[in-house]
Design a protein around this ligand. Structure first.
Ligand code: 13P
Length: 334
């Protein structure tokens, strides 16, 4: 493991006020988003959409790294240029989603376990040859009547730690994503308790598996009430709960925390990140930034509708959303 290389990659990813663009939707997830927007769910449409994203000029002002999906890292634009080459040429570091999805956990029908460890060492070597310098693995934790169970938390953090060890062995920075889902009618306080528990168990497991904390990125959920909860909290309450929860459970040795948006509106996700910075200013021991998918892409996807004529307008919206999130990282978002 080249610890310095991992550290350097992280500093480059988040230089200035940059964050990450997650554009690593698996084919089923991308198709689901396309279906909702009335866009045909074909390879060609997915290619055009990724082409639209990576050719957005000025994206690198706000985006330091883009997380790609296996199909995308092998894809070319309509002019025959590999997508990954455009990403690199535009000053954005390419990363890759390496998990193969969250599947129902046997014996625990309401919970999921993420798969993808088999053959991962070899896949990482291939992705590295293609130019990927960081990776992502997403685990999902479900809040419900009798969930999350300890069995599910333990299983998910175990695979996250093994994934992270394989990444670091290959000099690839692991993004470790334990996402406590927003779906449900739970309160913010309940989300706080579950998030804290998951993170504490995660960091013990990372210690046990000899993960270099200075060579990883944490991608957590914000601490927020469930989407079906009758009580929704203010921007400041979400920001404060989130930072307090992270201060209680994430070692200061971790260089960067990059949030997922999890189904929040683009405006809310940016406002929450912004409030963390305005409320806590220089009391945050880590870089605190974004690694959004929907909160950056959704307005652009809605405008694009799969039509070539809408590409420019969609790119404008994508650029603006990324810019707003980078401003939020400075506490300057309005
Ligand atoms: P959202 O920002 O849409 O939650 O996606 C982030 C992500 O990469 C999930 O793995």
């Amino acid at each position: 493991m080249n610890k310095q290389l991992l550290k350097d990659t992280i500093q480059q990813l988040f230089a200035g006020n940059k964050g990450l663009l997650a554009m690593d939707e698996s084919n089923p997830t991308c198709n689901k988003r396309f279906a909702a927007a009335g866009i045909p769910q074909t390879v060609e449409m997915r290619r055009s959409y990724r082409d639209l994203i990576v050719t957005t000029s000025g994206l690198n002002e706000s985006i330091g790294g883009a997380i790609l999906y296996d199909e995308t890292i092998r894809q070319q634009t309509k002019d025959g240029i590999p997508i990954i080459d455009i990403v690199v040429k535009n000053g954005i570091i390419p990363g890759i989603k390496v998990d193969t999805g969250a599947k129902p956990m046997a014996g625990y029908p309401c919970e999921k376990i993420t798969e993808g460890l088999d053959g991962l060492r070899e896949r990482l070597a291939e992705y590295k040859k293609m130019g990927a310098r960081f990776a992502k693995w997403r685990a999902v934790i479900t809040i419900g009547d009798n969930t999350p169970t300890m069995a599910n938390i333990e299983a998910n953090v175990h695979v996250l730690a093994r994934y992270a060890a394989l990444c670091q062995e290959a000099d690839i920075v692991p993004i470790i994503e334990p996402e406590v889902l927003m779906s449900g009618n739970h309160t913010l306080q309940h989300c706080y308790e579950v998030t804290e528990q998951v993170l504490k168990i995660l960091f013990y497991r990372l210690y046990q598996f000899r993960i270099d904390l200075e060579g990883m990125i944490l991608k957590p959920n914000m601490v927020i009430a469930g989407t079906e909860s009758a009580v929704q909290n203010s921007i400041e309450e979400v920001a404060e709960a989130t930072v307090h929860c992270l201060l209680a459970s994430v070692p200061a040795a971790v260089p960067a925390i990059a949030f997922l948006s999890g189904g929040q509106s683009p405006e809310d996700a940016a406002a929450h990140l912004n409030a963390m910075h305005t409320s806590f200013k220089n009391r945050l021991p880590w870089i605190v930034t974004f690694s959004f998918a929907r909160a950056i892409q959704q307005p652009a996807l809605d405008v694009w509708k799969g039509q070539q004529a809408n590409v420019k307008e969609a790119q404008k919206l994508l650029y603006q959303r990324a810019k707003s999130d980078a401003e939020a990282r400075l506490g300057n978002y309005e």
